[in-house]
Design a protein around this ligand. Structure first.
Ligand SMILES: NC(=O)c1ccc[n+]([C@@H]2O[C@H](COP(=O)([O-])OP(=O)(O)OC[C@H]3O[C@@H](n4cnc5c(N)ncnc54)[C@H](O)[C@@H]3O)[C@@H](O)[C@H]2O)c1
Length: 270
């Protein structure tokens, strides 16, 4: 719809970026980036469903966000297992929002690393990383998108990586998965863009989370990341909230198939 005076109020930033009345699902949200994005979307007004495969971790995360006054609930399933995904989504459905768990915003965030030199990498390590970082986004989105298409609106955000673009030794499985996730993002954008479902990605740089603990405790890596990043430091998960709220909001209704890199400038630097 072209811009009209009547539409002015809904373009005021507070309304444009408000997620009030929206229901979001974030996978792998028991800790780290997913948990921080749940907090961010909740603070922007969304009702947030946190998923994780670790029930105790998920309970703790949900309890913490509830204490902060946010409208959240937990939903345990393994993002690689289509049966448990279906059971989880069915448990969320209600009333007119029966299909796909009634989810308006989906963030495919769950991810793992299993590092090994490529020539020594086991098939199991290759497959596990592909399953959790790439195939999961296909499986969970397929479960959720039917409801978005039925209601004629939805936002899907895939958490990609700098390794969607560049690699380094010992992470070939992860780079292959995140590169695939970038193209899956574009494929979803093309597939559903005509039905008002937008799909975009966020590519975080090096952020301090449990996943990167192994690097942050290593002084050589610590120095390398700081030297390589124009910002001169690691990122904090909360610095991804702005991009996530934007992509989940009406402000991004005409943004589709893009990857927003949030990396302190690393990817721009040689
Ligand atoms: N931390 C970084 O610097 C960084 C950089 C780029 C991209 N990423 C991506 O961001 C996402 C989150 O990373 P993080 O650093 O918060 O990781 P993290 O290890 O701190 O948290 C990941 C969460 O996902 C959950 N999870 C793992 N496998 C799952 C499964 N099969 N089903 C459901 N939940 C599962 C874990 O239990 C955990 O709670 C990942 O996709 C990661 O690849 C992280």
């Amino acid at each position: 719809m072209p811009f009209s005076e009547g539409a002015f109020e809904s373009t005021m930033p507070a309304a444009l970026f408000s997620l009030r009345g929206r229901r979001a699902l974030i996978t792998g949200a028991g800790q780290g980036i997913g948990l921080m994005l749940a907090r961010g979307l909740g603070m922007a007004g969304a009702e947030v469903v946190l998923n994780d495969k670790e029930p105790a971790r998920l309970d703790q995360a949900v309890a913490m966000l509830r204490r902060e006054g946010l409208a959240v609930e937990g939903c345990v399933f393994d993002v690689t297992d289509e049966k448990t995904i279906a059971i989880g989504l069915a448990s969320l459905g209600r009333g007119e929002f029966e299909v796909g768990g009634g989810i308006d915003i989906l963030i495919n965030n769950a991810g793992i690393h299993q590092r090994a030199p490529l020539e020594l990498m086991s098939t199991a390590a290759w497959q596990a990383v592909l399953d959790v970082n790439l195939t999961s986004a296909f499986l969970v989105t397929r479960g959720v998108v039917a409801g978005m298409l039925q209601r004629g609106s939805g936002k899907i955000i895939n958490i990609c990586s700098l390794n969607s673009e560049i690699s380094r030794p010992t992470i070939a499985n992860y780079a292959a998965a995140k590169g695939g996730l970038k193209m899956l993002t574009r494929a979803m954008a093309v597939e559903w863009g005509g039905r008002n479902v937008q799909t975009n990605g966020i590519a975080p740089g090096y952020m301090r989370t449990e996943m990167t603990d192994v690097l942050t405790v290593d002084p050589v890596w610590e120095r390398l990341i700081c030297a390589r990043t124009p910002a001169g430091r690691w990122g904090e998960p909360r610095e991804l909230i702005g991009a996530a709220v934007f992509l989940a909001s009406r402000g991004a209704d005409f943004v589709n198939g893009q990857i927003i890199t949030v990396d302190g400038g690393l990817l721009a630097a040689l």
